[in-house]
Design a protein around this ligand. Structure first.
Ligand code: PLP
Length: 438
């Protein structure tokens, strides 16, 4: 059928595009959380800014859910992609130089990485990590944490945002998942080692892996205690389970060696995606050689397949992003300083206005919970005033500072944000927060 994409004569372009999208794309978006009620449609992006179909310019902290690290349309990354395509597109036999060079960098930089596979997304990397852990241990169960999000694959698709009374219940993110797939997934509390130990005790010899976002940025930013992360390492070693750090958001963003380098705890497996290639599609799974060798087609027992795995566009973009970060370590000092300024500014503004908030985050990632502290784990977040959180993000977005208007969404400073951008962000926040209490 030929879709009718003609916009109503008087409608703004964005609204017309959104309407056309709803006719040919279910719900009008290609990923559920891209729909926040407003008809967003963007036509250009550069540095710290994105421009919508009606010419509105936004200072961007959404950063494509964290896939933008250096800034939009980074010339170094785009040039590397163009150069790669002058060589070849996808051939799909043997290996390309770009795949080797990317894996070499990851092995060199990431403490847990002795070898690496390249996927097309973070979800695929996680699905492979789960399957690999089960194959390597001969066990079925996976422990994940309440509030952690690890993509769309079956085993991890539960207990991201649950109402309090169902915090330990099954709340699959999707229908169509076999109950048996979720029954093998056990839920623990972040920053609560006893809750993990209790699951190991209740299921002796059955837990294949513990998977966590070392900072659960999918509920804003819960910062782990050192004892918790070290305790997880000791416990998984003691019980013979695989420890998986999902560094799809934290990897490369918080340090060249990932958050594992910051916290000084080395997992068995690490997943990557998002910012690693500054907006181009690539994911990765890296880890201990004896585990990763299960993927070795000559004698290994875990299937590694994917037509687009190791695609030259994603690999070239990832190499360029990593090399840029290596050559410009001030990326970290700048984004961290900007993150600190925003956190300090928001704390000051809300304190002055008498709004009870917990401003949190790490490095260039920041989040502001609307509740009293302290915030250690997911249960504390159930006190968050979701309506105020959304109203703040919506108010910022309406004034040209793009923050996803959904509760518990984090914000990302990129390498392209300037001091002036941070000033503008805090000035805008002052106006929005004043309106919130008015
Ligand atoms: N892991 C984490 C921590 C994520 O935040 C996400 C996506 O939001 C994923 C995995 C899934 O990655 P992708 O969306 O590339 O499949």
């Amino acid at each position: 059928a030929t879709p009718d994409t003609s916009p109503p004569a008087t409608a703004p372009r964005g609204a017309a595009l959104a309407e056309a999208a709803r006719r040919v794309i279910p719900g009008g978006v290609n990923s559920a959380t891209r729909d926040v009620g407003e008809p967003f449609a963007f036509t250009s992006a550069e540095g710290a800014y994105v421009v919508d179909a009606d010419g509105r310019r936004y200072l961007d902290y959404h950063a494509a859910f964290g896939a933008i690290l250096l800034g939009h349309n980074s010339p170094v990354v785009n040039d590397a992609v163009r150069a790669a395509l002058r060589g070849h597109d996808l051939v799909g036999l043997g290996v390309s130089e770009l795949e080797v060079r990317l894996a070499e960098r990851v092995v060199e930089l990431i403490p847990s990485a002795e070898s690496m596979i390249a996927t097309m997304s973070g979800s695929e990397a996680v699905a492979q990590a789960v399957r690999l852990s089960r194959a390597a241990t001969g066990r079925a169960k996976i422990v994940k944490f309440q509030g952690g999000f690890h993509g769309w694959s079956d085993a991890v698709a539960r207990n991201v945002i649950s109402p309090a009374e169902r915090a330990y219940g099954s709340d699959p993110l999707s229908h169509g998942i076999l109950p048996a797939a979720l029954d093998e997934t056990l839920i623990a509390e972040f920053n609560d080692l006893d809750s993990v130990r209790a699951l190991f005790d209740a299921h002796p010899g059955d837990v294949a892996a513990v998977i966590l976002e070392p900072i659960p940025h999918n509920v804003g930013a819960l910062v782990p205690t050192r004892e918790f992360v070290e305790g997880l390492r000791a416990l998984t070693l003691e019980r013979g389970a695989v420890l998986i750090f999902d560094e799809v958001i934290t990897g490369f963003r918080h340090s060249l060696g990932g958050y594992q380098q910051v916290v000084g705890v080395t997992p068995d497996l690490t997943t990557f995606g998002k910012g690693m290639a500054n907006g181009y599609p690539v994911g990765g799974l890296a880890g201990r050689r004896d585990l990763m060798d299960h993927f070795d087609g000559r004698g290994g027992d875990v299937l590694l397949a994917g037509t687009f795995n190791g695609h030259p566009v994603g690999c070239a973009a990832a190499i360029a992003t990593i090399d840029h970060l290596r050559a410009n370590p001030d990326f970290y000092s700048r984004t961290f300083a900007h993150g600190d300024r925003i956190r300090a500014g928001l704390t000051e503004i809300t304190a002055e206005l008498g709004i009870v908030t917990q401003v949190t985050g790490f490095g260039g990632v920041f989040s502001m919970y609307f509740c009293a502290g302290p915030i250690h784990g997911y249960r504390d977040l159930l006190r968050n005033d979701n309506a105020a959180y959304v109203a703040f993000h919506r108010g910022m977005t309406e004034r040209g500072v793009l923050m996803l208007p959904m509760s518990l969404k984090r914000n990302h400073v990129s390498g392209a944000h300037t001091d002036d951008d941070i000033d503008r962000t805090l000035e805008t926040a002052d106006v929005v927060l004043r309106e919130l209490v008015a």
